[in-house]
Design a protein around this ligand. Structure first.
Ligand SMILES: [Zn+2]
Ligand SMILES: [Zn+2]
Length: 614
């Protein structure tokens, strides 16, 4: 594996930021579209983009046009992009990133930055949270030809808060491109008997802070050998993705080392022994709050030794467990829950959200599984901005065991998504009809991702919507309106009898777009009332809805659709990331509409709202 995988994200972000700047130039639309397409290709590239560049095939990747190739070449040869640097010379890098996050436009953001006399993003954060910020901005921009209004100030503050809420986080799906390779490298070290992911990766969090790995060497049996374990930690510096070992922390039961990696995030490797394996797996998995609650139960049952749940206290309690170390060397940490007479709690649920009470009553939900998903309802084709070859798509859908797949392209108003106008969509209907007759291995559905315009009006006439097999609806533009306006736009779509699913409801894109100003509680409630599904968009930088909103959807009796929003073939695999969000939300098969057979899905779609929620 080559060095510096983080280039994929870094370069993609730079290209997308440039696209944002082009959007605001006159005649910049085409360049913005091309740059966005190139950014996506780089972001989704399932390997190291620097390697692809070095080996000379980057120009052959779909979506890399001449202009983007020139910029990429400049980036790798000089470490910078001049065009980008010209803007960066005047304003800090983080502020340029922030333009896109806020959606407020370059001119307005620079104006506000200067007006508030900010020195950096953290300085801006302090200033937007000072009293009188609204008054200050309103008064000072009142005479401008484009005065800043109250909603824009609210958007500014929310966006700053969002910017800081994701500080230090990385989408877990980004790591998925390399996750197998990492473990394979451990497999190549002769002292390593077993290495598994633990911590937030094992809990399947959408966005993670670091990579935790629990490692069992051949030589650590009943307890860990400090000398040998330290040597092994030092030896791990030879792994291709390790930059340096920054610290070693020996504890009573295990020893851990912290490494800086080429992924741009730290890796903690915990070396344990056979005897403590299950307990260390349990402890390192977390979350802290979950462990605290489990330890309280252990205390009540007399299992707690001092302050932590140690393997010895389990082992010493008469009759509690076989002292046979092979029991504790089990792949999982099930033994911990078993001893406490708790139902086994899957790692995804370990967040102290009532899961302990459910486990005590043996009443945990039966979580939805990847195998339950029968189809993807949100896939873009080359009719709009997708770059997926039909044959590949069908083979992939078959491999995923799908029964159906909806080709849901953008609608007419979505300029940057190359949406289809009326003429084009009529052509596409004919094409999909042809596909339906030709393809027998799965059902192809005519879908659409229809923009919600102002007043909740949809982007196509009713006769077109009625002809579609499945209608997704979403907001892509003018979302910097008020909370009331945005909310009623979405509710307008929910109330439209032709709409089935609201796609990526909050609009958040990791590190690139703060969530829209929306009253999500009202939207969730309305969707449940009208029997419409809200989407968990599985694309790795979206994961929208998140687990908290998804849990609310279930609580209000609503339904979820888990889709990928694929624009590239390998995006279809990201469905598992959406399933992880659903599992963290405690969703079951019945809560997710695309676990239904096609027949059931079509009758769900037809049912009047009041019958749907049951
Ligand atoms: Zn969309
Ligand atoms: Zn889409």
């Amino acid at each position: 594996m080559g060095k510096d995988q983080i280039y994929n994200l870094k370069l993609a972000t730079t290209l997308a930021n440039l696209a944002e700047i082009y959007k605001q130039k006159s005649k910049g639309t085409r360049s913005a579209i091309d740059l966005n397409v190139a950014a996506r290709t780089v972001r989704d590239y399932p390997g190291n983009i620097f390697d692809a560049y070095n080996r000379g095939f980057i120009i052959n990747l779909p979506g890399i046009d001449e202009m983007s190739y020139g910029l990429i070449k400049e980036f790798f040869e000089t470490g910078r992009i001049k065009l980008y640097d010209e803007i960066r010379a005047q304003y800090p890098d983080e502020l340029i990133k922030f333009i896109r996050i806020s959606g407020l436009g370059k001119k307005r953001i620079f104006k506000l930055y200067e007006l508030l006399d900010s020195k950096s993003m953290s300085d801006l954060r302090e200033k937007v949270h000072e009293n009188g910020i609204y008054k200050l901005i309103l008064e000072n921009t009142a005479l401008d030809d484009e005065p800043v209004n109250e909603i824009q100030i609210k958007r500014l503050i929310d966006s700053v808060d969002y910017y800081y809420s994701i500080e230090g986080l990385t989408p877990r799906g980004f790591l998925d491109f390399f996750i197998e390779d990492i473990l394979n490298e451990f497999g190549g070290i002769k002292e390593v008997k077993r290495a598994v992911y633990t911590g937030s990766i094992r809990r399947k969090k959408s966005f993670i802070r670091d990579i935790d790995i629990l490692l069992l060497p051949e030589f650590n049996k009943d307890k860990y050998d400090r000398g040998k374990s330290e040597l092994l930690l030092k030896k791990l510096c030879n792994l291709s993705f390790v930059n340096e070992l920054t610290s070693i922390n020996p504890g009573p039961d295990n020893i851990s080392g912290r490494f800086r990696t080429t992924f741009g995030l730290d890796m903690e490797i915990i070396i344990t022994c056979s005897r403590s394996w299950s307990f260390d797996l349990f402890h390192t998995t977390g979350s802290k709050e979950h462990i605290k609650r489990v330890e309280e139960i252990a205390k009540q049952k007399g299992f707690l030794n001092g302050n932590s749940l140690l393997s010895d206290s389990f082992l010493k309690k008469p009759g509690s467990c076989k002292t046979d170390t092979t029991v504790l060397e089990d792949d999982s940490d099930e033994v911990v829950y078993k001893m406490l007479d708790l139902q086994y709690i899957p790692p995804e649920l370990r967040e102290n959200n009532n899961e302990i009470e459910l486990a005590l009553n043996r009443n945990l939900p039966e979580l939805v599984k990847l195998e339950d998903i029968k189809g993807d309802l949100h896939v873009h084709s080359s009719w709009s901005d997708g770059l997926i070859e039909l044959d590949g798509m069908i083979a992939k859908a078959e491999a995923l065991g799908y029964e159906y797949l909806a080709i849901s392209d953008h609608s007419i108003s979505n300029i940057y998504g190359m949406g289809l106008n009326e003429e084009k969509i009529i052509e596409k209907f004919k094409y999909v009809e042809y596909l339906k007759s030709k393809i027998k291995v799965l059902s192809i559905l005519m879908g659409g991702e229809v923009d919600i315009k102002s007043m909740g009006k949809l982007d196509y006439d009713e006769y077109i919507l009625k002809k579609m097999d499945i209608v997704l609806s979403s907001m892509h533009s003018n979302y910097t309106n008020s909370l009331e306006e945005n909310t009623s736009r979405v509710i307008g779509a929910i109330e439209n009898s032709n709409v089935n699913i609201i796609a990526h409801p909050t609009g958040v894109v990791f590190g690139a777009r703060a969530p829209y100003l929306l009253d999500m509680n009202r939207i969730i409630e309305k969707a449940a009332t009208y029997g419409k599904a809200l989407e968990i968009n599985s694309y790795f930088v979206r994961l929208d809805l998140d687990e908290n909103y998804s849990r609310k959807v279930k609580a209000s009796g609503g339904k979820i659709a888990i889709n990928t929003d694929s624009h590239r073939l390998n995006n279809l695999d990201m469905i598992k990331l959406g399933v992880d969000v659903a599992r963290r939300a405690g969703l079951e098969k019945e809560d997710v509409v695309n676990t239904m057979s096609l027949e059931d899905l079509m009758s769900w779609k037809q049912q009047p709202a009041s019958n749907k929620s049951n």
